[in-house]
Design a binder for this molecule. Structure first.
Ligand SMILES: Cc1cc2nc3c(=O)[nH]c(=O)nc-3n(C[C@H](O)[C@H](O)[C@H](O)COP(=O)(O)OP(=O)(O)OC[C@H]3O[C@@H](n4cnc5c(N)ncnc54)[C@H](O)[C@@H]3O)c2cc1C
Length: 376
């Protein structure tokens, strides 16, 4: 526990030093410089829970969450999402499903930030319904030929490596999906421009295109046609990471608001003196602590390999809905200043919104929970 606190402090200082001075500029220019990845890697903030032989520190899942949580605590939800894709999603797919050569080729470079990774599931015509994806990867001797397009891909602009989900058996639904470790330097791959979003302006989000892209058969991750199963296996960790980030982001919003309501005066007294303000703060603090406890319970279950799909769906659903409520109510307490982009709370309000959408929408989370409740 003491070591975790030391790591948390080191992460906090690294973020204060390397991210805080530049983030406003990145947000304004809408560009996250690629060098940030090496900076994060150098600071020891990427892929920390990978085994040491693959470039990690061999520590537990909690350490990886501390990085995401510290980024959110300092107001950088977009960057936290990008780091989660690298450390908590792509690295874990490779660690769990990759062969030794794939692990040795990619993981150490991902931990150092030399390689930026993305995962491409969503397509222009299908997101929630992954089984309906249209991108194909057809076997051709020692290669697969990939055709199709993906959209909303986090880290897509900088990615050197993309886990592409594609149909190896287009006649099938989920049973025809396979995953590929695609080297983004190969011919046939291209990226669209940065997508313009309502929040997370410095977040790297792009479309990706595959035009007769020929990838070696050795790019297949795990077994052919098992991709959907692998996605179901790894998505709970992603959802737990989103939930943990949401709680930290909500904590940050509450802290900024407490400071503001003590200073801002109305009717001759600080707005912190109004009962409405006090009750709102009390309600939000209570919600944050409840969700913190729920996240911790799920982290314990995850570490004991006991977290179910439904646990992950509940914690993701509930923590992200809570975050969006907190950002809205905090913004209200800032009055008009809350609507001004220069205030952290304004950015948090728009940055938080997507957490109810990516990694599975709130509605899909409810579907998963009810399916387990009803047995179908
Ligand atoms: C900033 C950002 C980053 C992202 N990063 C990535 C990434 O890195 N990789 C990646 O692959 N994807 C990424 N996504 C995509 C994201 O995961 C999808 O947007 C999400 O899964 C929803 O899919 P969709 O947009 O196609 O919405 P749709 O599936 O079209 O859903 C539209 C609405 O219908 C509802 N709906 C759909 N099906 C049901 C149902 N069965 N029951 C009830 N309601 C339903 C949804 O909940 C939603 O409200 C990102 C998205 C954004 C905005």
């Amino acid at each position: 526990m003491e070591e975790l606190l030391i790591f948390k402090d080191a992460a906090k200082k690294a973020i204060e030093q390397e991210i805080v001075p530049h983030h406003h500029h990145w947000e304004q220019s809408g560009v996250l410089p690629k060098e940030v990845w090496k900076t994060l890697g150098h600071a020891g903030l990427l892929c920390v829970d990978l085994p040491e032989e693959y470039g990690g520190s061999g520590v537990s899942f909690r350490y990886s969450q501390v990085v995401l949580q510290e980024l959110c605590r300092q107001g950088f939800m977009g960057l936290s999402g990008s780091v989660a894709i690298q450390s908590d999603i792509v690295a874990q797919y490779i660690l769990h499903m990759g062969n030794e050569e794939q692990k040795k080729t990619w993981l150490p470079k991902m931990a150092s930030g030399e390689v930026v990774a993305a995962v491409a599931m969503t397509e222009p015509a299908t997101g929630s319904d992954l089984q309906g994806m249209k991108t194909t990867a057809i076997k051709d001797g020692n290669h697969y030929i990939i055709n199709g397009s993906k959209t909303f891909i986090t880290n897509g602009g900088h990615a050197d490596l993309v886990i592409v989900c594609a149909k190896t058996d287009p006649k099938e639904g989920g049973k025809g999906i396979s995953l590929f470790l695609v080297d983004a330097t190969l011919p046939g791959f291209s990226r669209g421009k940065q997508l313009e979003k309502i929040g997370q302006h410095a977040g790297d989000t792009t479309e990706l295109f595959f035009d007769n892209m020929k990838v070696p058969a050795s790019s297949l991750l795990g077994m052919e046609n098992q991709g959907f199963l692998y996605l179901m296996q790894e998505l709970p960790r992603e959802r737990l990471a989103v939930a943990a980030s949401a709680v930290s982001a909500a904590r940050a919003c509450l802290e900024w608001t407490i400071q503001y309501v003590k200073e801002r005066q109305a009717f001759g007294r600080p707005i912190a003196k109004f009962q409405n303000t006090r009750f709102k703060l009390a309600e939000m603090k209570t919600q944050i602590e409840i969700h913190d406890a729920f996240v911790n319970q799920c982290v314990d279950k995850f570490e004991q390999r006991k977290m179910s799909l439904s646990d992950a769906a509940m914690v993701k659903l509930s923590a992200t809905e809570m975050l969006c409520k907190v950002t809205d109510e905090c913004l209200q307490l800032f009055g008009g200043y809350g609507y001004m982009s220069e205030y952290h709370i304004a950015r948090a309000f728009v940055d938080a919104r997507v957490l109810k959408i990516y990694a599975g929408t709130s509605e899909i989370m409810k579907e998963m929970i009810s399916r387990e409740l009803l047995g179908n």
